[in-house]
Write a protein that binds this ligand. Structure first.
Ligand code: IVH
Length: 673
């Protein structure tokens, strides 16, 4: 039996590694996500039942549950150098001439033959992965080139990074792989959306997002960031993988390491230049950011001849794309009030074309940043799209500043309601702290009605402003008391459009509970955490009555979020608005897996693989039926739910005489009212 379990565990691990490689490295998945989840769940169940077989390289062990205290440092066996830059074809030609000269044998003007490899310059964070006997032992950042931070726990969560190399006996006993950890642009956009929703500062560009994600002390958060990796060089190696760079990259692939697919050999500098120029437009189609190209001499022997200066090797150079920048004039600076009162300075710009769009506004992020740049009305500024996405002010052309300008003052009063503002204790934000500020209310209502929340069609920002300015709406609940005639009487509204708005408001009454929770705009609670809360509590009432202890125990709801939720529902005004919403007929739908007390007070242990649930889903269903899902069997266990291949927990249950039920029986209990 034990032998069988061991064999199956090994089979599953190999199988999962193979699919990780197909999916994350080769981009060629062979099985569905569902089939993959099944394999993973089976492995997890077997390992839980026989923890003596768990090894650190198992695919289940990518994420460590233990938050780090800080980062240890790692001395690089071979220093991680930086690279010299070029910005145009002439500079590339000058580089080639230097190479030619240095590769010419003494007394000869003619260099021996050499060729180049041209690669994309991935805009992420340089990482050195150290494999010993084929297993990943350390991952370190570049740091100052000599000493970096040990970020192994976080890098292990990146599925494109193999924990074990493929290729058996042909792997050098020490192999340091260098490459770039990056965040795909789509993941970056989504991450910033979630952060903004939860009132957390957005990352300025994908590189910062990748760097920030690697420096988190809790690897579980890193795991959720969808980071990825490309390998592009070696550090220390006990025996070289090949004689040249290009072949080394091919060997990387055989070892299961992800190598960027757009790598090309070039026989001379003209070919190099053609390739570089061709990417200045093509790069916009990639789902990751590149800030240039990297050109490397292919043969290692020639790399050695060329050597390095203290800072950078002489055998490689980067070609940087001109960042898309534009100059324009700041016409005015507005201060916007956000839904939680944060005041943000925004520059209104003379319209200008930038990377394919017309830019008229740029956020100045916060007043510290605005003062650092010293942006004033009338200034000529250079703007850039950070990571080709968000327009931002890069610098002020001080020499072009008109006479008589003054520095923009941090407002002491809210531009909207005129009440005093306060600076966050530990942050950079200045807030309007007046709970009755109409500016905040407008933003809260826009958010409430927004697509990701109550999704009220036709109730756009302009109409919301009108409704508040006219005094018709003072809180969320007032929306549901509106009459078509009141709306029709507003400027730019007609009977038909008024009817449509009323219909859309009516339809929103039965939105799912999570959307309703998200729509309340509780600080730090975005769509994702609202879903977790809705699933956990199953009803609005249960959420409203939850105490700090319960909130604090929910997986993925951190202490700041828990406190924010708790405080929100202790506020009488908030409660009264919710009461009015319910009285007006708003009925947030319960999630399908509604909480019940079918199994109230029971303690249940799950073992083995279930057909209809993953382990997590089964435990969630148990919790939602009012029972406790426990990890180990004792006399206090009410029953054990045993799936296929149950482990020692089943043996223990039988020994203690604890009731065992099958998945079929469990489904029957859950499905009868
Ligand atoms: S080779 C001596 N190849 O660019 C440097 N670096 O500006 C050897 N980078 O620190 C590195 N893509 O983080 C190399 N295909 C690529 C790269 C690349 C991005 C980064 C790397 C390096 C930085 C230098």
């Amino acid at each position: 039996m034990t032998q069988d379990v061991r064999k199956r565990i090994k089979q599953l691990r190999d199988e999962i590694r193979k699919h990780d490689h197909l999916y994350y490295v080769l981009n060629r998945p062979k099985i569905s996500d569902r089939q993959y989840d099944k394999l993973f769940a089976e492995l997890k169940a077997l390992e839980e039942a026989s923890p003596q077989f768990i090894i650190p390289d198992s695919p289940t062990q990518r994420v460590s549950e233990q938050p780090l205290e800080g980062f240890a440092t790692v001395r690089h066996a071979v220093p991680m150098l930086s690279m010299d830059n070029t910005y145009n074809a002439d500079e590339l030609r000058a580089f080639d001439e230097r190479v030619q000269k240095q590769l010419a044998p003494a007394g000869s003007k003619q260099a021996e033959d050499y060729d180049y490899v041209v690669e994309l310059k991935i805009d992420g964070v340089a990482i050195s992965l150290r494999y010993e006997e084929g297993r990943l032992v350390t991952a370190a950042t570049r740091g100052n080139g000599e000493v970096g931070d040990d970020v192994t726990a976080n890098v292990r969560t990146i599925k494109a990074v193999p924990l074990v190399l493929l290729g058996g006996s042909r792997i050098p006993s020490v192999l340091e792989v260098r490459g770039e950890v990056y965040i795909p642009t789509s993941a970056f956009v989504e991450l910033n959306r979630l952060r903004t929703e939860a009132d957390e500062p957005a990352f300025a560009n994908p590189r910062n997002a990748a760097a920030g994600s690697l420096k988190l002390l809790d690897a579980r958060i890193t795991a959720a960031r969808n980071l990825s990796f490309f390998a592009y060089a070696t550090g220390e190696v006990s025996s070289p993988l090949a004689q040249n760079h290009y072949k080394t990259l091919q060997r990387f692939k055989e070892l299961g390491l992800p190598v960027n697919p757009n790598i090309k050999k070039a026989k001379d500098i003209n070919e190099v230049i053609d390739i570089c120029l061709s990417w200045s437009q093509k790069r916009l189609k990639l789902d990751y950011q590149i800030d240039g190209m990297v050109i490397k001499i292919n043969r290692f022997e020639q790399q050695d001849i060329l050597g390095a200066t203290g800072r950078a090797p002489r055998w490689c150079i980067s070609y940087k794309f001109a960042a898309e920048q534009a100059e324009t004039i700041v016409e005015s600076i507005d201060v916007q009030v956000g839904k939680s009162g944060i005041l943000t300075p925004v520059a209104n710009l003379a319209p200008v074309q930038l990377a394919g769009t017309t830019v008229k506004r740029a956020s100045l992020h916060n007043f510290d940043e605005m003062n650092r740049l010293d942006v004033r009305c009338g200034d000529t500024v250079v703007i850039e799209k950070a990571g080709e996405i968000i327009p931002q002010v890069l610098e002020v052309k001080k020499q072009l500043r008109p006479a008589g300008t003054t520095a923009f003052k941090v407002p002491k009063k809210c531009p909207n309601c005129g009440s005093a503002v306060a600076k966050d204790e530990d942050g950079v934000y200045v807030r309007c702290v007046n709970p009755d500020c109409l500016g905040q209310l407008k933003e809260r209502l826009k958010y409430f009605a927004g697509k990701g929340q109550m999704d009220i069609e036709n109730l756009g920002p302009a109409l919301i402003e009108q409704l508040i300015d006219s005094g018709l709406v003072n809180n969320f609940a007032d929306l549901y008391k509106l009459q078509a005639a009141q709306l029709a009487a507003l400027e730019r509204m007609a009977e038909k459009s008024a009817d449509n708005v009323i219909k859309a408001i009516e339809e929103s009454k039965t939105r799912p509970l999570w959307r309703f929770i998200a729509a309340l705009g509780i600080r730090h609670i975005g769509g994702q955490s609202a879903q977790i809360l809705a699933e956990y509590f199953g009803s609005l009432k249960a959420l409203m009555d939850a105490d700090m202890e319960t909130l604090g125990l929910i997986d993925q709801i951190g202490p700041t979020m828990a406190e924010s939720v708790y405080e929100y529902f202790r506020d009488q005004k908030n409660r009264s608005v919710i009461d009015q919403l319910l009285a007006a007929g708003v009925k947030p739908r319960q999630p399908r897996t509604r909480r019940s007390d079918k199994l109230a007070g029971k303690t249940i242990v799950v073992t083995g693989t279930l057909e209809n649930f993953t382990r997590q889903q089964a435990e969630q269903a148990i919790r939602q039926a009012g029972a406790k899902a426990s990890g180990s069997v004792s006399k206090k266990t009410d029953f054990v739910l045993a799936g296929k291949n149950p482990g020692s927990k089943l043996d223990k249950a039988l020994k203690l005489g604890v009731k065992v039920i099958s998945e079929k029986q469990f489904l029957k209990i859950m499905n009868t009212d």
